[in-house]
Design a protein. Structure first.
Length: 88
């Protein structure tokens, strides 16, 4: 079973509260659930005050196999902004 979470927008406190409400517990540096996994539906960054903390919660979950993620338009825009080539 999967939990779908999207549009976090840098709101780490709310993300952690949601994960804990859904029964996820932090163990060995990653939030995990005994029976479910998360699919994050993008927009981790932009607007909110704790973008780094969001990424620090999400990335270990993905690396440990407890979550998957789809890039959102805010991540895509950030990558496009950082492109160094001049191709348009």
């Amino acid at each position: 079973m999967y939990d779908l979470i999207g549009d976090i927008h840098g709101h780490a406190d709310e993300l952690v509260q949601l994960l804990e409400t859904l029964g996820y517990e932090k163990a060995q540096g990653s939030y995990r659930h005994p029976d479910r996994r998360v699919i994050f539906l993008g927009d981790f960054i932009d607007r909110g005050p704790k973008i780094r903390q969001v990424l620090e919660a999400v990335r270990p979950m993905i690396e440990a196999g407890h979550a998957q993620a789809v890039m959102g338009n805010h991540e895509l825009n950030a990558l496009a902004y950082l492109r160094t080539d001049s191709a348009s």
